[in-house]
Design a protein around this ligand. Structure first.
Ligand SMILES: *Cc1c(COP(=O)(O)O)cnc(C)c1O
Length: 360
C-alpha cells in the first residue's frame, strides 16, 4: 500500500489517483509496446494516437467545433503572456487587460514590456483584488481584451463571461479550466497551464479560434508564431510528450466523471463545505466579495498570524498539506481543484470546526 496526503496545493496540484495508478501500470511497458511513453519517438504512430486522443477529449469536453485549434505548448502560461501580444497586437492597436490580481498584472506587464500599447480596461486593485470588476472601459482600437477567469492567489472567479462585443476575448483559464461550463464561443483564445486542473506541469493548453489566424502579426520568431504549432499539430519540435500523455489521461477521467455541468455541481458542493464555515464563523474570515468567490481557490484568515501558523502546522500533521496562503498575501488558502476528492474537503471542514472550538 501507499500513503496519499490530502493535497490542497494551488499548483502543481493533486491528480486523480486512478490516473496515477494507470500511469504506474503502463510506465515501463506502455500497452505492450515494450517501452515507456517517455522513451517513444513523438513521430511514432503510437504517440500520434496519444496526442490525437488528448486533442479529441479537449474538443468533446468543451464542445469545440471545427472552428477551433487545440495546441499543447511549452513554457507555461507565463510564455503565453508575451506570445499573445506578439501575435495579436499590431503596432496601431491597443492590447486591453482586466487587472484582477498577480497573474493578470504579470500578463499586462509583458505586453507593455515588448513595446505594445497597453490599456487597463478595468481593475480591482483599489480593493486589493477582492472582487471582479464588472464595468469595462475599452481603449480606442482595441486588439483584444484579456481576462483571468480565476485568480488563483486572491480567490476570485468570473461567474459570467464579460461582454467585449466584437473585440476578441482572450482568457487565462489556468486555474479553472474544465471546472465548470464556459461558453467557449465567446472566446477567441483560451490558455491554461496544465498543472492546476488538467495534468502535470510541463505543457500549456491553448485553444485558438481559427478566424484569429489571419490576424497574426508577420515576422515573428518561429516558436512564438502560433501558425508554426498549428501547421505541425503541436509537434514542430519535440513536445512535452509525457506531460501531454498524462493530460490525456486526466481528460479521460474528466469525461468519465460526466459533463462540465456535473463537474461544476461537484465543485460547488465541495466549496460550500468551506464557504459555509467561513460564513457562519467569527473565527475564520473569507477575504473575497461573496458573489465573486472562486470554487477552486479559497483564501481565508484566522484571528491572528500565530493562529494561522498553528493551523497550518496542525493540518499538515493531520495529513492535509499546502494550506498556506500565497506568500504575497499571507493567511491560508485551500485549493479544491477537480481532482481533490470530496473526502479531503470533508476532512478539512471537520478539522476547521474542531480547531475553532479548541482555539477560541
Ligand atoms: C499558475 C498560474 C499561471 C502561471 O502558470 P505557469 O504555467 O507557471 O507559467 C498563470 N496564470 C494563472 C491564473 C495561474 O494560476
Amino acid at each position: 500500500m501507499y500513503k496519499r496526503v490530502h493535497n490542497f496545493s494551488a499548483g502543481p496540484a493533486v491528480l486523480p489517483e486512478e490516473v496515477l495508478l494507470e500511469i504506474q501500470k503502463d510506465l515501463v511497458d506502455y500497452k505492450g509496446h515494450g517501452l515507456s511513453v517517455m522513451e517513444m519517438s513523438h513521430r511514432s504512430k503510437v504517440y500520434q494516437g496519444i496526442i490525437d486522443d488528448a486533442t479529441a477529449s479537449v474538443k468533446r469536453i468543451l464542445g469545440l467545433g471545427d472552428d477551433y485549434e487545440v495546441l499543447f505548448l511549452q513554457g507555461g502560461a507565463s510564455t503565453q503572456f508575451f506570445t499573445i501580444p506578439l501575435n495579436f497586437c499590431p503596432d496601431n492597436q491597443v492590447a486591453n487587460y482586466v487587472n484582477t490580481g498577480a497573474w493578470a498584472t504579470k500578463a499586462l506587464k509583458e505586453a507593455a514590456k515588448i513595446g505594445k500599447k497597453m490599456h487597463v480596461a478595468a481593475s480591482s486593485e483599489d480593493k486589493e483584488f477582492t472582487y471582479i470588476p464588472k464595468e469595462l472601459e475599452l481603449s480606442e482600437n482595441p486588439a483584444y481584451l484579456h481576462i483571468t477567469t480565476n485568480n488563483t492567489i486572491r480567490g476570485t472567479e468570473y461567474k459570467k463571461d464579460p461582454d467585449a462585443g466584437d473585440v476578441p476575448l482572450i482568457a487565462d483559464m489556468s486555474s479553472d479550466i474544465m471546472s465548470r461550463p464556459v461558453d467557449v464561443k465567446k472566446y477567441a483564445l483560451i490558455y491554461a497551464g496544465a498543472q492546476k486542473n488538467i495534468g502535470p506541469a510541463g505543457t500549456t493548453l491553448v485553444i485558438l479560434r481559427k478566424d484569429m489566424i489571419d490576424k497574426i502579426n508577420p515576422g515573428l520568431p518561429t516558436m512564438v508564431d502560433y501558425r508554426t504549432h498549428i501547421a505541425k499539430g503541436s509537434m514542430f519540435n519535440t513536445p512535452p510528450t509525457f506531460a501531454i500523455y498524462v493530460v490525456g489521461l486526466v481528460l479521460k477521467w474528466i469525461e468519465s466523471f460526466g459533463s462540465l455541468a456535473d463537474m461544476e455541481k461537484h465543485n460547488i458542493k465541495k466549496a460550500s463545505y468551506i464557504y459555509d464555515i467561513l460564513d457562519n464563523s467569527d473565527f475564520y474570515r473569507g477575504t473575497v466579495v461573496k458573489e465573486d468567490r472562486s470554487l477552486m481557490n479559497i483564501p481565508f484568515r484566522l484571528p491572528s498570524e500565530d493562529l494561522e501558523k498553528k493551523f497550518i502546522a496542525e493540518t499538515a500533521e493531520a495529513g492535509m498539506q499546502n494550506l498556506k496562503g500565497h506568500r504575497s498575501v499571507g493567511g491560508c488558502r485551500a485549493s479544491l481543484y477537480n481532482a481533490l476528492p470530496l473526502k479531503s474537503v470533508e476532512k478539512l471542514a471537520q478539522f476547521m470546526i474542531d480547531f475553532e472550538k479548541n482555539n477560541k
